[in-house]
Ligand binder design. Structure first.
Ligand SMILES: Cc1cc2nc3c(=O)[nH]c(=O)nc-3n(C[C@H](O)[C@H](O)[C@H](O)COP(=O)(O)OP(=O)(O)OC[C@H]3O[C@@H](n4cnc5c(N)ncnc54)[C@H](O)[C@@H]3O)c2cc1C
Length: 428
């Protein structure tokens, strides 16, 4: 008597039938494969050995060195800048860049680093993303040979800290309307004067080099400038911290006030004009956010699972036994697994030169939205204890609101996707 699976496999193997045979065999052996709730769709199997090694290094550093500091840092609203030099020592900064002391790893590897950091805290990841993707990435892509030689090695070691100044008090989602200007210095040849204000700038109070986007007065076009704090005369550069945030408290955020701040022309990016410059930097950072937020969500899942197994209500049952609690965990684990796979796919396409900005918008928007939504729902499982910062879940929820807001608020990414789908521009 024929058993269907065997009959299919013993037929002459036309190429088109091969996959069927293999599928039958794979299905038959599925019983021996164990479901891993921490990596439900086996994303690890898509990673190279180098990526796995980088991920392990980053995870170990983050769990052993960052995690013990985060609760107090969040309470005190204090960012320990030593974190960036520690990450520099491990080669985790600008990891996907080539040369200048950077690791030259894949885009996916850089995303695995952001995931490890954000598993601890989105604020720590923000400080690192600004350094690695926005500033180092921008200099690497648009800088002159001199600019790269001058800034990148120190930044890769975390000895020179960067900030990225695009957002202004009156222009956030619409940076093209920025008011900051660069005009020729009236007396000093080869210098420009920058004037204007930037706000909500990660790292600005502690940055040594500030990447400022401003309109060149002569052309009205946006250009990028590298402002070195040490060279700014008193009163021309102020970077006050914005205190009393209710999210991202373990990162430092501030303003940038420029008042006729002299900058050498040699510190202007030579070729890039308009929004292409800042948006290219943002694309790279948004990729890191897409995988990073999956780290925060995975930490929420792990904390919730542990809590639900230990907390007992009604007839001494662990609350993890109740269907409503299990559904919350199932939703969150599914979104984390899907989001991770999507980000790995886009990372691969990016390295092959096949990723579009819309793909980045899609994963940034989806992963931030789902991480925030699920974290909020999982928070319910902690009952009153969710209000205590020692359980960590409330910190992630507050942080994830910010990730959904910065680097293009989710609705703005909807408009980018809507424009690509319909061909119609909804920004007015
Ligand atoms: C902690 C933190 C760190 C940050 N770090 C940096 C940094 O390092 N560098 C930097 O340059 N910026 C940084 N930002 C700024 C961030 O990128 C901006 O807050 C973000 O771009 C949104 O701009 P906005 O706050 O001015 O909001 P707005 O632009 O005023 O938007 C408010 C709301 O209106 C909606 N909206 C706006 N326009 C439209 C439209 N056309 N259609 C539909 N809805 C619309 C938005 O989606 C949003 O929901 C940071 C922000 C925070 C909170």
């Amino acid at each position: 008597m024929f058993r269907p699976a065997i009959r299919q496999c013993t037929r002459p193997l036309a190429t088109s039938l091969k996959p069927n045979c293999m599928a039958s065999r794979a299905y038959a052996s599925a019983g021996s494969v164990k479901f891993d709730w921490q990596d439900p769709l086996d994303s690890k199997s898509l990673l190279t050995e180098e990526e796995l090694a980088i991920s392990e290094t980053a995870e170990r550093y983050c769990q052993e060195r960052m995690l013990p500091r985060v609760l107090q840092a969040y309470r005190d609203e204090n960012y320990d800048a030593a974190i960036l030099s520690e990450m520099g020592e491990l080669g985790l900064l600008g990891a996907n860049l080539d040369g200048y002391g950077c690791a030259g790893a894949s885009t996916v590897a850089s995303g695995l680093i952001t995931r490890a950091v954000e598993r601890v805290d989105s604020g720590y990841r923000s400080g690192m993303s600004v350094q690695s993707s926005l500033v180092m990435g921008g200099i690497h892509t648009f800088g002159t040979a001199e600019q790269k030689d001058k800034f990148l090695p120190g930044m890769a070691q975390g000895k020179l800290l960067g900030a990225f100044g695009l957002t202004e008090p009156n222009h956030g989602s619409d940076p093209g309307s920025m008011e900051t200007t660069a005009r020729p210095h009236p007396t000093k040849k080869g210098y420009l004067l920058l004037s204007g204000s930037k706000t909500w700038i990660t790292n600005s109070p502690i940055a040594d080099v500030l990447m400022i986007w401003a309109k060149l007065q002569e052309t009205g076009k946006i250009r990028g400038f590298l402002v070195e704090r040490k060279d700014c005369p008193p009163g021309t550069l102020e970077t006050p911290a914005i205190k009393n945030k209710n999210g991202l408290r373990a990162s430092i955020t501030g303003m940038i006030h420029l008042d006729d701040c002299p900058v050498p022309e040699a510190h202007m990016f030579p070729d890039v004009e308009g929004l292409t410059g800042p948006f290219t930097c943002l694309n790279s950072a948004r990729y890191g956010i897409a995988l990073g937020t999956m780290g925060a969500l995975e930490d929420c899942i792990e904390r919730t699972r542990t809590y639900a197994m230990e907390r007992k209500q009604f007839k001494n049952n662990p609350i993890a036994k109740y269907q409503l609690v299990q559904k919350k965990l199932a939703d969150a684990a599914t979104d984390a697994a899907y989001g991770t796979l999507a980000a790995i796919q886009v990372g691969r396409l990016k390295d092959e030169g096949k990723a579009t900005p819309e793909m980045i918008s899609m994963i940034k928007r989806q992963n931030c939205d789902r991480a925030l939504w699920n974290a909020r729902v999982l928070q319910e499982v902690f009952g009153g204890n969710a209000v205590s910062d020692e359980y960590g879940i409330g910190r992630h929820v507050a942080n994830l609101f910010v990730t959904q807001t910065y680097e293009g608020q989710s609705d703005i990414h909807s408009l980018i996707l809507g424009r690509a789908i319909t061909g119609l521009q909804a920004f007015v």
